[in-house]
Design a binder for this molecule. Structure first.
Ligand SMILES: [Zn+2]
Length: 290
């Protein structure tokens, strides 16, 4: 642990992050690690975010953070320019000008134990946690408890309709809210959760034999087919809301291992900003309700 006079460097913080979330555990297509910033620069304050976007970059600069730790990669594919005339180039310029480093822990934080979906599972009080999709034997991330998503038991059984309302209450609030697919009266005792876009794990949720599976970014056809073939009920939450809970754990890891001051961004970076439900049948004359 360093003192305020001798703060850790970016390299020191990266070392601790990679002890918990080894880059080798990331999926092959993923791009994790230090995106920009001088490894020798001192770090006193870190902002934890899901997305490094102009709004959270402004938040970091305003808070005088020295480092942003983000969940989503800024660059996933090759680029030939970081000119400030481009969306991402502008972010790069702002960060470098303000001397703010940027680090990404993505699928390596998803598979870690505890990882992104443990924080999500904790919001539901799930017990007896097991990974939804464990890494293959021989894969770098293979190990006890590790894998994408978690399955566990709810403290009390509830119907799908109740669970959907419960999910909207325990997850960070978003305009998107939570929607569910399946019989609203279905009893849910066991739940699978996966932070982020989890429709690649629909088959794993079926194999796991859970009553319901909560993730984000679910689509019409895979959802319909999944339900038609007897899969668990599905809950579709906002992507940001499923990953935001992990930031609190990340902040604890950073504080405990490096002594830095941590801030967690609550700026909702989910792109959906408006949600409308059709008026209920008994709700057609709102003016009469006073
Ligand atoms: Zn994500």
């Amino acid at each position: 642990m360093r003192t305020p006079e001798f703060p850790p460097t970016v390299a020191d913080v990266v070392t601790e992050l990679e002890r918990r979330y080894p880059p080798a555990w990331a999926q092959e297509w993923d791009r994790v690690g230090l995106v920009l910033g001088d490894p020798n620069a001192p770090v006193r304050r870190v902002l934890c975010v899901v997305d490094a976007v102009p709004e959270t970059v402004a938040e970091a600069i305003e808070a005088r953070a020295d480092l942003i730790v983000a969940h989503h990669p800024l660059f996933l594919r090759g680029v030939s320019s970081v000119a400030p005339t481009t969306y991402k180039g502008r972010i790069v310029h702002q960060l470098i000008k303000a001397d703010v480093a940027l680090y990404v822990a993505h699928t390596n934080a998803d598979v870690a134990e505890p990882g992104v979906s443990d924080a999500l599972a904790a919001r539901f009080g799930l017990t007896g946690l097991l990974p939804l999709a464990p890494p293959a034997v021989g894969a770098p991330a293979h190990g006890a408890g590790r894998g994408i998503g978690r399955i566990g038991k709810l403290p009390e059984p509830m119907t799908l309709a109740e669970l959907t309302r419960h999910a909207a209450a325990v997850l960070p609030a978003t305009a998107w809210g939570v929607r569910a697919a399946g019989d609203p009266r279905r009893t849910v005792r066991t739940l699978a959760v996966s932070g982020g876009s989890g429709d690649g794990f629909l088959a794993a949720a079926t194999t796991a034999g859970v009553d319901a599976y909560l993730t984000a970014d679910l689509r019409h056809h895979p959802t319909s087919e999944h339900l038609a073939t007897g899969g668990p009920a599905l809950l579709d939450a906002a992507h940001w809301a499923t990953e935001r809970p992990w930031l609190d754990d990340l902040a604890v890891v950073l504080r405990e291992t490096t002594g830095v001051e941590t801030l967690v961004s609550d700026l909702e970076t989910d792109p959906w900003t408006v949600h409308a439900a059709p008026p209920a049948a008994d709700d057609k004359e709102p003016d009469c309700e006073g």
